[in-house]
Design a binder for this molecule. Structure first.
Ligand SMILES: Cc1ncc(COP(=O)(O)O)c(C=O)c1O
Length: 415
């Protein structure tokens, strides 16, 4: 930890934690220290009852009437409004729909359409692969010679922004390192060159307050299943700056994006607002789970989330720093809070096996090839005592070389 910052005492920090009571609103198995909420958030207790109610009453009894009586049909907008609040965006600028990859396809296609005559999409080599795959796919699909230009590091991005760049497409917090971009500054630098900006907020939403409207981002996308706790494969979200509403046409022109879907008109007339970014029938069970998970955020002070997130990361870095050098754990997450999200990552040899040994001891984090062990810090349900204990268990695993056991070297399909 930065020597200028004071040492964190876990017991004291837990006692004065204003978010402490939220832990009781989550199901967490006994004996587990869950440091993977940046990949799959924990289950909010209220979600089970809400989904059961949807199954038993709304589906079982209400049947098709529930599209109106339970307002299933507007779930994408209602959930979107709840997400908008924690993104610092206006209510009618966000919808919940599809996956992050699909939403990127929609907004990137629209952005390229809005900025014709330019051929480059700028991103980072270290961006999450699906973003790069989708961008390459969109460029090929459009077939007008668009190409993807990748920076080798965050410091190189500005130098790539020239008059031939149509879109800057970045993930705000890097999934591997936890490095966080300055959203407002980069958006401004891009706009100065006439470039539209798409932010992937997969590792941002629910991890810290942001001001999408203030940053004047053009588009944003992100996952519902990470810090937002919407459940495995939860609907993703999508934001469009109101200045682009009506001025675009996204290519997945399904009937839910039609101005009036139940007119059953044979020609497509796009909605002139955020609803155009919907495509087909919303997956109601997943949407309901997401809606209930988002209801919890109505009571959350996002500034407190960030303060605790910084302290949890600092504590973990502080504890691991006492043995990191001995075991060649290389901190790849910036120590400066303003440069990072809500995770701490280390590069190390045998990272996969070390993580499996941790999981066997109840400390659940994850591994990202080739050599990163990742620890996600979720302020809603993690205590400082748990973070201190997780570091102690990591130390023990390294000291005893417990990770050498053959069972920890067997790779699962998901790491
Ligand atoms: C930054 C980022 N973008 C996109 C995704 C994947 O999105 P999806 O699988 O919902 O399409 C992930 C998944 O971890 C991610 O970390």
């Amino acid at each position: 930890m930065d020597s200028t910052r004071t040492r964190i005492d876990p017991a004291e920090a837990d006692l004065s934690d204003p978010l402490r009571s939220f832990r009781d609103r989550f199901e967490l198995p006994e004996g587990v220290i869950y440091l993977d909420g940046n990949s799959l958030g924990a289950l909010p207790k209220s979600v089970r009852q809400r989904v059961l109610n949807t199954i038993d009453k709304e589906w079982g009894v209400g049947l098709i009437r529930s599209w109106n009586t339970a307002d299933w049909v507007h779930l994408p907008q209602r959930v979107g409004a709840r997400i908008a609040r924690i993104l610092g965006a206006g209510e009618e600028t966000v919808v919940a729909a599809d996956s992050t990859s699909i939403n990127l396809f929609k907004v990137l296609s629209a952005a390229l359409d809005l900025n014709p005559g330019r051929s480059k999409i700028v991103s980072e080599r270290e961006n999450f692969p699906t973003d790069l795959y989708i961008a390459a796919g969109v460029a090929k699909q459009i077939g007008k010679g668009h190409r993807l230009v990748l920076s080798d590091g965050p410091g190189d991005i500005r130098g790539l922004l020239d008059e031939d760049v149509a879109v800057l497409m970045l993930t705000h917090v890097n999934y591997r390192t936890g490095y966080r971009h300055d959203m407002a500054a980069l958006t401004r630098a891009a706009h100065d060159k006439g470039i539209l900006v798409i932010w992937d907020l997969a590792h941002t939403a629910g991890a810290m307050p942001i001001d999408l409207a203030g940053a004047d981002a053009d588009f944003a996308i992100g996952c519902g299943y990470k810090y937002l706790n919407g459940g495995p494969g939860a609907p993703a979200f999508l934001y469009v700056n109101p200045r682009h509403h009506g001025g675009f046409r996204q290519p997945l022109s399904g009937w839910f994006g039609h101005r009036s879907p139940f007119d059953f008109d044979s020609s497509y007339a796009p909605s002139d607002n955020i609803e155009q970014y919907l495509c087909g029938t919303p997956p109601v069970l997943g949407m309901v789970a997401m809606d209930e998970a988002m209801a919890l955020w109505d009571d959350v002070d996002m500034a407190a989330i960030r303060t605790k997130s910084i302290a949890l990361c600092d504590l973990f870095i502080q504890e691991v720093s006492t043995f990191a050098e001995k075991f060649a754990l290389g901190l790849v997450t910036p120590r400066e809070p303003e440069l990072r999200g809500s995770q701490v990552s280390y590069a190390c040899e045998n990272g996969y096996a070390i993580m499996q040994a941790l999981i066997a001891r109840g400390v659940i984090g994850d591994f990202r090839a080739p050599d990163i062990i990742r620890f996600g810090m979720t302020p809603l349900y993690l205590s400082f005592a748990e973070v201190e204990r997780a570091a102690a268990i990591l130390k023990d695993i390294l000291e005893t070389r417990a990770w050498e056991a053959p069972e920890f070297h067997v790779r699962g399909a998901v790491t």
